[in-house]
Design a protein around this ligand. Structure first.
Ligand SMILES: NC(=O)c1ccc[n+]([C@@H]2O[C@H](COP(=O)([O-])OP(=O)(O)OC[C@H]3O[C@@H](n4cnc5c(N)ncnc54)[C@H](OP(=O)(O)O)[C@@H]3O)[C@@H](O)[C@H]2O)c1
Length: 433
């Protein structure tokens, strides 16, 4: 097919912060190559910011505006690249851009995880591209592989380390025996954690990414509210220490699985075996492990955030949109969600559990625990006991796979027993054969 001559694709960038600034830099860096790489030029026509008076080094000030309507009214602008973040007014701007016939690229996971269905619908209705590679795992390509390269598979499972801040904190706790609060303070000092770290440490950021991955994997809408989410604030240095003694590391995992026609979409800290490929993903790095029925296991690894890594993903999307425009192929992505799957209730999800508790150190204690476990179909896989002196011991148990409701029931009974002095923590275990 003969290619159309496009000349220049004009874009407007909404937001010139970390990612917007990175995209601007990459466009400057690549401008000699666009024509050769994709057959047309890419030029920034306007940049929307909140504060137009702020000094922005290296940026052509004549491009700046604080009025979104200038962008919408400019018929020459083909692509709107939303890099402001948050839901409002990002959602309204994206919908207005689509309504005005402009292609949209975004890095905004909050927006897609909450309003993906509406936005995808608006783009499809207009036959426009809506691309969002940077929204999950920053610079690592996972969206395009899921939607294209792996399209011939039924996706069985995705397990990701998709939040660099928490991975940095857990790495520090593991390597240096730090407690959570100290590791968080270190992450803040080094710029890995934001002033308000809630979205990261409570797992919400990873939850939004998990919702997007689950949606794409299983072709059924999953929002951030559907994701069972637990953060890392209750993980202690002692948990990490004893997990290590038993052969595990603790990571914050995003887990998307389809089991018997039901979706499991969860984010929680989990023990994984030290030899698991995700165990060696450290510091602020991200990795996403995808299992397809045809391809088997694949793993994507790299920088999940940061100015240029994230801009790299946004740039790839912009260039792809330009190619789609050139080929008159915009909006031809097929249906994102053509199924409507239920979610597996939390109590029905089978997992292994790591249980750490203080118990009386006397004969008969293990038999009593085994009895409670037995009544609730909980089997022990591993056991570690440490004497604490004064007739008390610390007991660490890893169970075999058991439905969460059975495990919780056993736990409730254990906490009512006098021989159990206190449950220190319960953490799920992943990746054991
Ligand atoms: N940072 C990362 O590493 C990373 C990684 C993956 C995805 N993302 C996503 O990328 C997006 C941008 O993140 P960021 O870190 O670049 O954010 P940021 O540094 O806070 O920058 C936000 C930019 O948007 C502008 N802005 C915000 N609200 C606005 C409004 N109402 N009207 C006009 N302009 C507005 C700000 O203008 P002023 O400059 O005038 O304040 C600023 O330039 C978010 O959706 C984020 O989740 C970020």
């Amino acid at each position: 097919m003969a290619q159309k001559k496009l000349g220049t694709v004009h874009i407007a960038i909404l937001g010139l912060g970390t990612v917007g600034g990175g995209v601007y830099k990459l466009i400057e860096r690549q401008k000699e190559n666009f024509e050769k790489k994709i057959g047309c030029q890419i030029a920034v026509k306007k940049i929307l910011v909140r504060n137009i008076h702020k000094i922005r080094d290296g940026v052509d000030a004549s491009l700046l505006t604080d009025n979104f309507d200038e962008i919408i009214r400019d018929d020459e602008i083909d692509v709107v690249v939303e890099l402001m973040g948050g839901i409002h007014p990002a959602k309204e701007y994206v919908l207005k851009a689509l309504a005005a016939g402009k292609q949209v690229v975004t890095a905004n996971k909050d927006l897609i995880a909450a309003h993906g269905e509406e936005i995808f619908g608006a783009a499809a209705e207009k036959g426009l591209d809506f691309k969002f590679e940077a929204a999950v795992a920053g610079g690592i390509p996972v969206i395009a592989p899921l939607m294209k390269s792996l399209a011939g598979n039924d996706i069985e499972e995705i397990i990701g380390i998709v939040n660099g801040t928490t991975n940095f904190i857990l790495t520090k706790m593991t390597a240096e025996g730090m407690e959570f609060a100290d590791a968080l303070a270190e992450a803040t000092r080094l710029g890995y954690a934001e002033a308000d770290p809630t979205a990261d440490v409570e797992g919400y950021d990873a939850g939004r990414k998990c919702a997007i991955l689950s949606t794409l994997a299983f072709h059924s809408w999953v929002t951030d509210k559907d994701v069972i989410t637990e953060g890392i604030t209750k993980i202690t240095a002692a948990d990490i220490h004893f997990a290590k003694e038993m052969g595990y590391v603790i990571k914050l995992l995003a887990i998307a699985r389809e089991v018997e026609g039901e979706i499991i979409s969860s984010v929680y800290p989990a023990l994984i075996p030290q030899e698991h490929p995700l165990a060696s993903v450290n510091d602020s790095f991200n990795a996403v492990f995808i299992r397809g029925d045809a391809v088997g296991d694949t793993m994507f690894y790299g920088r999940g955030a940061g100015e240029l890594p994230t801009a790299s993903a946004v740039m790839g999307d912009i260039m792809e949109v330009a190619v789609d425009m050139l080929m008159d192929a915009c909006g031809r992505t097929g249906e994102v969600c053509y199924r409507k799957l239920p979610f597996k209730p939390q109590g029905e999800i089978a997992n292994r559990f790591f249980l750490r508790m203080h118990v009386e150190d006397k004969p008969g204690v293990m038999a009593a625990i085994a009895n409670v476990f037995g009544i609730n179909n909980v089997s022990m896989k591993q056991l570690l006991q440490k004497s604490l002196g004064a007739d008390e011991a610390e007991l660490m148990i890893v169970t075999e796979k058991v439905k969460e409701k059975n495990f919780r029931n056993a736990l409730r009974l254990l906490t009512e027993m006098e021989i159990i002095k206190g449950v220190s923590n319960v953490i799920r275990v992943h990746g054991l054969k």
